[in-house]
Design a protein around this ligand. Structure first.
Ligand code: ADP
Length: 331
């Protein structure tokens, strides 16, 4: 599909280049041949006064032949020039067409991969719901307790689906997202995230320490709170009970850096480059039943950071813990 689009575009580009070249050559030919004829006429007028009729006739014929030759040469040069333009223009047009289409092609491939990944992820909870319900329906002696536990299990799967669809929506909207950029106190955004996760941390007896002094960045408070929530959520999810999570900040090179560090399971070096990819989950987190999401959190966090002209870096030692640092331009 892209090959034929590239060809069509090449033809269009080439047609435009050739039209310009032909118009330019036509004009050049016209002006130059007029100029040549004008010169010949001027010279003939001049020699008319000195030469006798016979010599003048001979001279006129010679000048006419020269004029025909010159205009012929001009025509040949212009034809040669246009053939050159056609050949070079063809190559350049194809290159330009490929360059124009490549970003569109990349976006389209990414979009269809996104749709494929999303449907793959949706299938698991949907299959679980379907199987459980079919088995229950086939059981003629389904007790009330079994029915209640089925409904509970269904609701759990529905909750997962909801989380997944919210994450997908967040990612899909990413680029066109309306964020309200204004001077924002980073300490407030961090506090909002910590408040959100205080209970989850408490449930695992995890202590969160927050040392983030007030500091202004240009950003959307809600989006930044979401970014820190994702990091905090992971720190709690992938840490053992009774460990510590710390959030600290510092200013460096006109940037504000906020670090979320935990004493959790850590991430293997080989997996570090992939954790910001959509749907990527490390082997250890996949193995831990019930602890994980869908591998969308860090992809969303990265998107939010990029919308703020920032980035996230990570350091991690398996078995010891991880530290995610968000770097944002200071106001
Ligand atoms: P998920 O929703 O599965 O947590 P994320 O995109 O937030 O997805 O994270 C991707 C993967 O990176 C996780 O599945 C987990 O394996 C790993 N990860 C992220 N944060 C941490 C952390 N603080 N400690 C250990 N592993 C982490």
């Amino acid at each position: 599909m892209f090959q034929s689009a590239a060809l069509k575009l090449t033809i269009w580009y080439l047609a435009i280049i050739m039209a310009i070249s032909l118009i330019f050559s036509g004009l050049l030919y016209r002006v130059s041949s007029q100029e040549l004829a004008h010169n010949v006429n001027r010279q003939l007028g001049y020699f008319n006064n000195f030469l006798g009729p016979n010599d003048f006739n001979a001279y006129t014929q010679m000048r006419q032949r020269q004029l025909d030759e010159d205009t012929g040469n001009l025509r040949a040069s212009l034809v040669f020039f246009n053939v050159l333009v056609l050949a070079a223009g063809g190559g350049a047009s194809y290159w330009l067409a490929r360059r124009t289409l490549t970003p569109i092609e990349t976006a389209l491939v990414a979009q269809s991969r996104f749709a494929a990944d999303a449907s793959h992820e949706l299938r698991t909870p949907l299959t679980a719901i379907q199987t459980e319900n079919e088995v229950a329906l086939r059981n003629p002696r389904l007790t009330k307790d079994a029915a209640v536990s089925l409904v509970k299990s269904n609701l759990e799967e529905v909750a997962k689906l909801r989380t997944l669809s919210e994450g997908l929506l967040r990612l899909a909207n990413g680029a066109g997202q309306r964020i309200d950029m204004r001077p924002t106190d980073i300490a407030q955004a961090v506090k909002q995230a910590v408040d959100r996760y205080a209970k989850a941390a408490d449930n695992k007896n995890i202590t969160i320490t927050r040392r983030v002094p007030a500091g202004m960045v240009i950003g959307d408070k809600e989006a930044l709170a979401e970014l820190f929530s994702i990091l905090l959520d992971n720190s709690i999810k992938y840490s053992d009970p009774s460990t510590k999570v710390s959030i600290t900040s510092r200013s460096r090179n006109k940037r504000t850096e906020i670090k979320v560090a935990d004493q959790g399971q850590g991430i293997a070096a080989a997996e570090l480059p992939h954790i910001f990819e959509r749907f990527y989950r490390t082997d250890s987190s996949r193995a831990r039943a019930g602890s994980g999401g869908y591998g969308l959190g860090l992809a969303i966090a990265k998107q939010i950071a990029q919308l703020h002209r920032g980035y996230i870096t990570v350091e991690s030692s398996p078995g010891k813990g991880s530290a995610f640092t968000v770097s944002l331009p200071a106001e």
